[in-house]
Design a protein around this ligand. Sequence first.
Ligand SMILES: Cc1cc2nc3c(=O)[nH]c(=O)nc-3n(C[C@H](O)[C@H](O)[C@H](O)COP(=O)(O)O)c2cc1C
Length: 253
Amino acid sequence: MLGWHDRGVEHPEPLYQHRYPSPELEAQHPFRTLEFTPRDPEEMAQRAETFATFMGQRRSPRLFSDRPVPEALIEAAIRTAGTAPSGAHKQPWHFVAVSDPGLKATIRVAAEEEERVNYLENRMNAEWQEALAPIGTDHHKEFLEVAPWLVVLFEQRYELRSDGESRKNYYVKESVGMAAGLFVAAVHHMGLATLPHTPSPMAFLRQVLDRGPNERPFAMFPVGYPLPGVKVPDFARKPLAEIMTAVTRPTPG
Ligand SMILES: Cc1cc2nc3c(=O)[nH]c(=O)nc-3n(C[C@H](O)[C@H](O)[C@H](O)COP(=O)(O)O)c2cc1C
């Protein structure tokens, strides 16, 4: 078993000068050894390809089936989302999963009213409308009622403790965005679909779902089976060369 700074016999010099956790830190806060499964390079390459291809098949439908989805699947997706990294491990998120038809109807009505003002009364400026044109969204949000589940993700701007004390949260948007990404991936992985939906402004969700003053709606996610034969915009992803810059060791000569 290698010690905390050992690189093995062929590298007798330590890789790190600074130990983590320091003995003082470990005496004050609990630590455990990371469980990590080493894989050989071929297996890693294969897993990487398989996952990239699988995630590349994810799309956001705008017509869902009304076929029921067991609550346990929604719980599993939220459990996955809850494994996201977060600033100072504050986990500043809360998911409200709604299957109640009356509540879904209330949310649809409120969302459609906000979107009606956005689309029909020009709260959305021309540039925004132009960007949305290829998607063709409008103020009709029937899917909010038809999809069996509506998961509303709230960001916790600060922590509100049970004794009424509050504490700061850090990097809230970044952290909640990561949880949202994992949620979307988990839903896709289990064989369901979701659409991130943001009927801005979303303040009505805090009232309708009776959430505390420290919470703000981040996005909502209808979850279910896509309606058979549903169409989605024929979008391509940006090529790797456009989204990645590799900075590597300069080649000699
Ligand atoms: C933060 C965020 C907000 C979004 N809001 C909406 C929305 O309000 N309505 C909608 O129809 N799609 C919404 N989308 C979905 C995007 O339009 C969609 O992800 C994008 O067109 C790419 O399509 P794909 O998800 O099928 O790959 C949103 C996506 C994100 C990430």
